[in-house]
Design a protein around this ligand. Structure first.
Ligand SMILES: Cc1cc2nc3c(=O)[nH]c(=O)nc-3n(C[C@H](O)[C@H](O)[C@H](O)COP(=O)(O)OP(=O)(O)OC[C@H]3O[C@@H](n4cnc5c(N)ncnc54)[C@H](O)[C@@H]3O)c2cc1C
Length: 317
């Protein structure tokens, strides 16, 4: 086994995703501690251009695997497994994204190594420790991950993106992929494309299950209009089909960083908080004074949204 770190980049529709540069920062920090090299892998798409994009300070090697265009579970699992066999790294880092959570468990299973997910910190001091959040982000726990080799998925927006052009060795890696596999990618369709991008919004009004019924949406839309804000929501609203998926804030939705995030009838579950805790100012309206959202809110209104929202509209119109 080497003391190296292997990080697997992510791309979508021809662009390297931000989390890939954050993986470099986390991986560089870890490789400094293990005393090994940082290897980046990029699988599929325009690997030549991606390889250049990923050549940032701190990266020692970029391995490109030219197979497929977009993400494919079977190809990623095989490619990471093959790279692992070649490099024998101490730690494999993958994004805690929808794609990462799809293939990382399969990789860990095939390699028979432990997997720690959703890490907000990684450290090595003779052994790997991973920091995770618990109880609605109220508690951070540091977990020792056993075994000689480990796999970790890291949460997006927790590490700064790596900058500066590096001097990595970029080379094609022949992973000997079997393309006669169970899954095929037939195309890519962005959910709700053409609608607004909530991750760009400065003022977000976000609604949760507290609004009870779809019929109550127009009330919130009036507030959105009065405040010249952007409408977003927690996952149940999207699951119910009341708003499109691209309005969902959270772990399986979008990460937003507005100046103001007004959370209405949202409890503040950890998966929601993961997507909005970087907001400058958080304001929450909730009937339950013990709702976890109040733990991270800068301003809180304990009250019934059906009374509070009309008053807010009147105030701002
Ligand atoms: C793998 C996984 C990924 C997930 N990803 C996401 C994600 O990306 N985003 C996300 O949001 N969730 C996600 N979830 C779901 C998450 O765990 C919660 O279930 C969800 O965030 C809860 O949404 P909510 O706050 O709207 O609803 P609830 O938890 O039901 O909260 C509703 C809140 O409204 C309040 N309320 C009720 N009536 C009123 C009223 N009249 N006025 C004011 N307040 C009122 C209640 O007190 C309560 O606090 C995920 C879950 C899993 C397992």
């Amino acid at each position: 086994m080497s003391s190296d770190v292997l990080a697997v980049a992510e791309h979508r529709r021809g662009e390297i995703r931000d989390v890939s540069y954050e993986l470099i920062t986390a991986g560089h920090h870890l490789a400094n501690d293990t005393g090994g090299d940082l290897h980046l892998a990029v699988i599929g798409g325009d690997t030549e251009r991606f390889g250049e994009d990923l050549n940032r300070e701190g990266v020692d090697y970029v391995h490109t695997v030219s197979e497929g265009e977009e993400f494919n579970h079977d190809i990623y699992v095989q490619a990471v497994e093959a790279l692992h066999a070649e490099l024998d790294p101490e730690v494999v880092l993958m994004p805690n994204s929808v794609n990462g959570l799809d293939y990382a468990p399969a990789v860990a299973n095939r390699l028979d190594i432990p997997l720690a997910t959703d890490a907000v910190g990684v450290d090595y001091d003779g052994g790997l420790t991973v920091t995770r959040e618990m109880y609605g982000s109220k508690v951070e726990t540091t977990v020792e991950v056993g075994g000689d080799q480990q796999a970790v998925t890291i949460r997006g927006a927790e590490w700064p993106a790596a900058e500066g052009v590096g001097d990595a060795e970029i080379a094609e890696f022949d992973a000997d992929i079997d393309t006669d596999v169970g899954s095929t990618v037939t195309g890519f369709e962005e959910v709700g494309s053409g609608d607004v991008d909530i991750s760009e919004a400065d003022f977000i009004v976000s609604i949760g299950r507290g609004i009870e019924e779809e019929e109550n949406l127009p009330l919130i839309e009036d507030l959105v209009e009065a405040l010249d804000a952007t409408l977003a929501s927690s996952r149940p609203i999207v699951d119910n089909g009341w708003l499109p998926k691209n309005r969902q804030v959270g772990q399986s939705g979008k990460v937003v960083t507005p100046k103001v995030y007004l959370a209405i009838g949202i409890s503040g579950a950890v998966q929601h908080v993961a997507g909005m805790k970087g907001s400058d100012t958080i304001v929450a309206v909730n009937t339950d004074p013990n709702a976890p959202i109040f733990d991270i809110a800068d301003y809180g209104i304990v009250g019934d949204l059906f009374e509070v929202v009309p008053e807010l509209i009147e105030e701002f119109e």
